[in-house]
Design a protein around this ligand. Sequence first.
Ligand code: FAD
Length: 315
Amino acid sequence: MADVLVAAEHRRGSLRDVTYEAITAGRELADERGGDLHVAVVGGDVDGFAEDLDREGVDAIHTVADGEEFDHNAYQTAVSTLADRLDAGSVVAPNSVNGLDYVPALAEDLGVPVVTDAVGIEYDDGLTVTREMYGSKVETTVDVAGDRFVLTVRGGEWAPAEGVGDATVESADVDIPESGARVTGFEEVGGGDVDIADADVLVSVGRGIEEEENLELVEDLADALGATLSASRPIVDNGWLPKNRQVGQSGKVVTPDVYVAIGISGAVQHVAGMKGSDTIITINTDPNAPIFDIADYGIVGDLFDVVPELIDEFA
Ligand SMILES: Cc1cc2nc3c(=O)[nH]c(=O)nc-3n(C[C@H](O)[C@H](O)[C@H](O)COP(=O)(O)OP(=O)(O)OC[C@H]3O[C@@H](n4cnc5c(N)ncnc54)[C@H](O)[C@@H]3O)c2cc1C
């Protein structure tokens, strides 16, 4: 009952970063409960994924060859079968579109409570989960009754598991029944060529840029830094950049090494998507802008003066 099972997630042939973060959260829980950490990976190149999943702290990896990304039925069946087989006390999954799709049904299969979107966990006789509500304006704690539960963890809240472990790898034979629903394909909309969640360096632009034609300036800085361009919501709402470039609560959660926020005030809904960045640099005319509270380096200045100087420096 003390063992923890983490459900890995992959997309288009690659494991998603939130998988490694879920492993860290799962390890934390396993340490607090005195159990082992198991990881399940369902569908795709499971042998290749198993190599990447063998991070420090992982005790065992279970591969289920059937199923593919977004296959609700395969994930639900495989993860619940493994959780029962291993007698795992808890299952940890990413709080992603995929995770939220199958996790309620998984909890129902296992007959256990489910808590979604955890940003912190503590285990001391019982589980206490920290969650954020109302666009991160309110923090709540949830006490979970019983010692068996399912949990989804928000991306960007735990450091990704690193290092190489010495986990055992086992191919699990799981019978996945026919389902009434079938995944017929995967198509990304709105400039799907770029995934800002994968970028090491992001240059992010906000309403301070004023006009669409001024975007060229920050694009030039992104080029000079070898960075990817992202944005706050008003830029996307204006139709100046596609939705897949939006950082934040209703956009993407990003965790780059460097996040350069230009003309962005730091509203909670924006910060919810980028606060896990390693180094945050901001340029803003307003010294009282909330973004300075979380920035590692800040320049109080007009972006139209500062950005050209940075381009000269780095180009
Ligand atoms: C349900 C909900 C979900 C939301 N989801 C998101 C989300 O996912 N992502 C998101 O970003 N927002 C989101 N928002 C919107 C969010 O509340 C803010 O409105 C938004 O983040 C503000 O964007 P901004 O910082 O670019 O603009 P503003 O808040 O207008 O800030 C512009 C900043 O630029 C500075 N500035 C102006 N001129 C210059 C200049 N010349 N040089 C330098 N600095 C300058 C100003 O001082 C200011 O700080 C959401 C809101 C709601 C209600």
